[in-house]
Design a protein around this ligand. Structure first.
Ligand SMILES: Cc1cc2nc3c(=O)[nH]c(=O)nc-3n(C[C@H](O)[C@H](O)[C@H](O)COP(=O)(O)O)c2cc1C
Length: 145
């Protein structure tokens, strides 16, 4: 598959998860592009079979969690119909931020195939399994139409 990995990151944690996702995808034989939200290759994205969209957790630690840089995420071009997996990084508590990222993906026209939150002091633990599961879900979503 052709896979676009797009992320929003202030201090590098989400960028490092994105780069690891991209490296894992390449190892699995996929064609991959990875960019921050303001540098997306639109031609590549238009042709992509699948998208990974990631950001950081913005909130009051115990409440009010939302995807960091939502404005930048919502300013992305539409990802109409593309299976999309979400990922977030967080410090202590991510709350329901993945549900909110799923809402962003739906607004962009993507087909949510699941997401994962990664604690910033435990990266890259779990990324490999997440990538395999997300690719499986995306392939299933394409077959199901
Ligand atoms: C304004 C602000 C609010 C944050 N709120 C939360 C929070 O509610 N819960 C949490 O676990 N981490 C919170 N964090 C921590 C970040 O989500 C975490 O450090 C993340 O890995 C940063 O990703 P980045 O390095 O890609 O920018 C907050 C960070 C900032 C700057």
């Amino acid at each position: 598959m052709k896979v676009a990995v797009i992320y929003e990151s202030r201090t590098g944690n989400t960028a490092s998860v994105a780069e690891t996702i991209a490296a894992d995808l390449e190892e699995l034989g996929h064609e991959v592009g990875v960019w921050p939200t303001d540098k997306v290759n639109l031609d590549f994205l238009a042709d992509a079979d699948m998208v990974f969209l990631g950001t950081w957790t913005d909130g009051l630690i115990i409440a009010g969690h939302r995807p960091g840089g939502s404005g930048h995420l919502l300013a992305l071009p539409g990802i109409w119909g593309k299976p999309t997996a979400g990922f977030v990084t967080y410090a202590i508590h991510a709350g329901k931020v993945l549900d909110k990222l799923a809402d962003v993906v739906t607004i962009l026209g993507g087909k949510w195939v699941g997401g994962r939150a990664f604690r910033r002091d435990d990266i890259p633990n779990g990324i490999g399994g997440f990538v395999v599961a997300a690719v499986d879900a995306a392939e299933g979503a394409k077959v199901a139409g």
